[in-house]
Design a protein around this ligand. Structure first.
Ligand SMILES: Cc1ncc(COP(=O)(O)O)c(C=O)c1O
Length: 440
């Protein structure tokens, strides 16, 4: 009896194992085909920078994604889909000594940074350097504000939605932004299917009465336009995303002075990998609710990263005030010149090819640079003219990866192109773009 039972169990286990292997293989085939389809047909699902990063890794085997490096580049894929700010690497290499930090094993062990601060995990040195950089650049009012630190402004965005949406309402609060909007907003807003808030699309089409949250991104991602609130109704609350309100991208016309403003080192100094953002918040209750969200989400924000970000911000401010190594250029001058050069090259390539167009910007006086200039955004909002309806697909055939306009609530004729990649990739992109009419 015992032997029969053992034998029956053995065959049962074998059957279950075989079923599991088969299901696994079927799932793999189905998922693989799904990915392939997504790559070919202007993917609609991903939008967050990181989501795109993981997609690129999975595509890597078939497309051989390597960084273009000069020699024999013609077959290389130029990946300008996500907004990775690696352009700044060359500046920071020269600032080795000024930006290196060493954290001994005994330091920064506690969860707490500043227990008396409503944001108890905010490192005082980061708070000090963030205020200082705003004073140096003149892009935001910092007086009478609470600062909340986040794991990137991505986490702060979610904390802000949690803090601003009224709790205990019968339905979720609408969240809107003028199209084209940052492709991650709809995804981040609806990811957890919150009962507090939900994505409601293009702010220009929003005609409902009642409370709503409007996201104002200025300069805007993807098109680089300066933005102000569009809906303008009494029951609205605003989140101002100032990831790109820095003088290498746009004229600083005044110190921004709004209820809730988001900033990040990702695009200001290019340290996206440190994952540090900060919010300047007028209302203490809102700042405390945002802090609560982050407490429950990640129990604070990495101290190591905060200390590194503080050091980088200090080096940036010092470079502007000529307080560091005299051989080191002002960071914003360096990055401004890089952006001017890149936009000039891109516009020349677009003119030469005759297949594309770019937005025209209005010049403005910059209180930081003390000159008039046109926005030179971190992304190019490129339009395929004429017969080309699927701009992303068209560029992909030329081994240039971009993000389809559809993710931003716009048409397939548009793509967003990262302008902050390393020199070899950017140069190869403009070279290919300028000769495209010849290839076609
Ligand atoms: C408008 C905008 N806001 C926020 C973010 C996210 O920034 P972080 O890296 O600080 O999460 C980005 C990144 O591309 C962005 O473009």
């Amino acid at each position: 009896m015992g032997k029969d039972w053992n034998s029956a169990m053995y065959w049962r286990h074998l059957l279950v194992l075989s079923l599991a292997i088969n299901i696994g293989m079927v799932a793999k085939v189905v998922l693989f085909h799904g990915d392939e389809k997504e790559v070919l047909l202007c993917p609609v699902e991903p939008g967050a920078e990181a989501a795109h990063l993981s997609r690129v890794v999975s595509e890597g085997s078939s497309l051989e994604l390597e960084v273009a490096s000069g020699v024999g580049d013609h077959g290389r894929v130029v990946d300008l889909d996500h907004g990775d700010p690696t352009m700044y690497e060359m500046f920071w290499k020269r600032m080795d000594e000024e930006t290196t930090i060493v954290i001994p094993g005994w330091q920064s062990i506690s969860y707490f940074s500043d227990p008396a601060n409503p944001c108890w995990f905010l490192e005082p040195e980061l708070a000090k350097q963030a205020v200082r950089i705003h004073q140096v650049v003149g892009n935001a009012v910092t007086e009478n504000r609470y600062m909340v630190v986040g794991t990137g402004s991505t986490q702060l965005y979610q904390a802000a939605l949690y803090a601003l949406a009224p709790h205990g309402e019968p339905g979720p609060m609408d969240v809107v932004s003028v199209a084209p909007f940052y492709s991650s907003y709809p995804l981040m807003t609806d990811f957890l299917k919150s009962g507090l808030y939900k994505w409601a699309g293009d702010a220009n089409l929003y005609d409902k009465d009642g409370p709503y949250i409007e996201l104002v991104t200025s300069p805007n991602n993807p098109d680089g336009e300066p933005r102000t609130s569009a809906v303008n109704r009494s029951q609205g609350v605003l989140i101002h995303d100032f990831a790109y309100y820095w003088p290498q991208y746009a004229p600083i016309t005044s110190a921004a002075d709004h209820d809730l403003m988001l900033f990040t080192v990702s695009k200001s100094t290019g340290h996206a990998g440190s994952r540090i953002g900060w919010a300047l918040v007028k209302d203490k209750e809102v700042a405390m609710k945002m802090t609560k969200f982050i407490e429950l989400n990640t129990i604070g924000v990495s101290k190591d990263s905060q200390l590194r970000a503080a050091k980088i911000l200090k080096a940036t401010s010092d470079s502007c005030k000529h307080m560091s190594n005299p051989k080191v250029e002002n960071f914003f001058k360096f990055s401004f010149n890089q952006m001017t050069e890149r936009w000039a090259k891109l516009r020349a390539a677009v003119r030469k090819s005759g297949l594309f167009s770019l937005p025209d910007f209005t010049s403005d006086w910059c209180t930081y640079n003390q000159q008039v200039f046109q926005p030179q955004p971190a992304f190019a909002w490129l339009k395929c003219e004429g017969e080309i309806d699927d701009c992303q697909g068209f560029l992909k055939k030329h081994k240039i990866l971009t993000r389809c306009g559809k993710h931003f609530g716009a048409s397939l004729k548009y793509v967003r192109v990262n302008m902050l990649d390393r020199d070899p990739n950017f140069n190869l992109f403009v070279e290919r773009l300028s000769t495209m009419s010849l290839i076609e």
